[in-house]
Ligand binder design. Structure first.
Ligand code: Z5A
Length: 213
């Protein structure tokens, strides 16, 4: 049986990851593929508990190193218990955020340094990673407007625009370094146009996977 493929969707807040990932899953299933839809931080009971710890607002300031280690603790459980086994069964795994998020948010956003977080990724994951990454890119202010009024902001949503600008620049650096893996989608457009661009990228990728079914 052919190994499945690992697709991740990345971007800043309000970029439309959750909105678009469901229609990607639908399109892949329509093509006869078995799809596992998941997210980070999270994706297993333990990793979801770590997610709750990470998103909770708290009086104690969380240091960047503790934050990135919690992200990777959740990620390793997710990879070893869910993602890798699913790929080995031939399923396609579609994940809302993965290690690129740690490099952009903790490496660039929190200022830990992208290279340090990449070194941690390499230490823990080796060459395991996504086959395709869709980066939904949009100006920070527009993303913030889209999520405005959604309820009490979590610990990340309380950050200032400057933090999200560093995150966005971090993602641009990652996409430029690996153009064969990343597809950058202009997510500032109306939803039908964004969705069309997302599905075109997916179809292009599926067409290049001759052994996938
Ligand atoms: N984080 C981290 O720091 N390090 C890591 O390693 C990982 C994560 C894995 C939780 O992630 C936080 O964890 C996240 C980064 C950090 N914090 N932040 N920021 P998350 O992915 O669960 O949370 P999120 O990024 O905040 O999700 P989000 O804000 O919901 O973004 P989204 O999923 O991309 O957006 P959406 O829910 O699909 O859309 C938002 C709204 O915009 C919604 O009302 C849509 O109907 C609307 N929308 C979407 N597309 C459009 C278009 N094209 N036009 C108009 N309106 C639209």
């Amino acid at each position: 049986m052919a190994r499945g493929r690992f697709i991740t969707v990345e971007g800043g807040e309000g970029a439309g990851k959750s909105t678009n990932i469901a229609c990607i899953a639908e399109r892949l299933r329509a093509a006869g593929l078995r799809v596992r839809l998941t997210r980070e931080p999270g994706g297993t009971p333990l990793a979801e508990e770590i997610r709750a710890l990470l998103l909770a607002t708290r009086d104690e300031e969380v240091c960047g190193e503790a934050e990135v280690l919690l992200m990777f603790a959740a990620r390793m459980q997710h990879v070893e218990r869910v993602i890798r086994p699913a790929l080995e069964r031939g399923e396609w795994v579609l994940c809302d955020r993965f290690a690129d998020a740690s490099i952009a948010y903790q490496g660039a956003g929190r200022g830990l340094g992208m290279a340090r977080v990449q070194a941690l990724r390499d230490l823990l994951l080796g060459d395991f990673g996504p086959d395709l990454t869709l980066l939904l890119d949009l100006p920070v202010a527009l993303g913030m407007r889209r999520v405005d009024g959604r309820g009490a902001p979590d610990r990340f949503e309380r950050e200032q625009a400057a933090f999200f600008e560093r995150v966005r620049a971090g993602y641009h650096t990652l996409a430029a370094a690996e153009p064969q893996r990343f597809r950058v989608i202009d997510a500032s457009r109306e939803l039908p146009q964004v969705r069309a661009a997302v599905l075109a990228a997916i179809e292009d990728f599926v067409a290049g996977c001759g052994d996938a079914r």
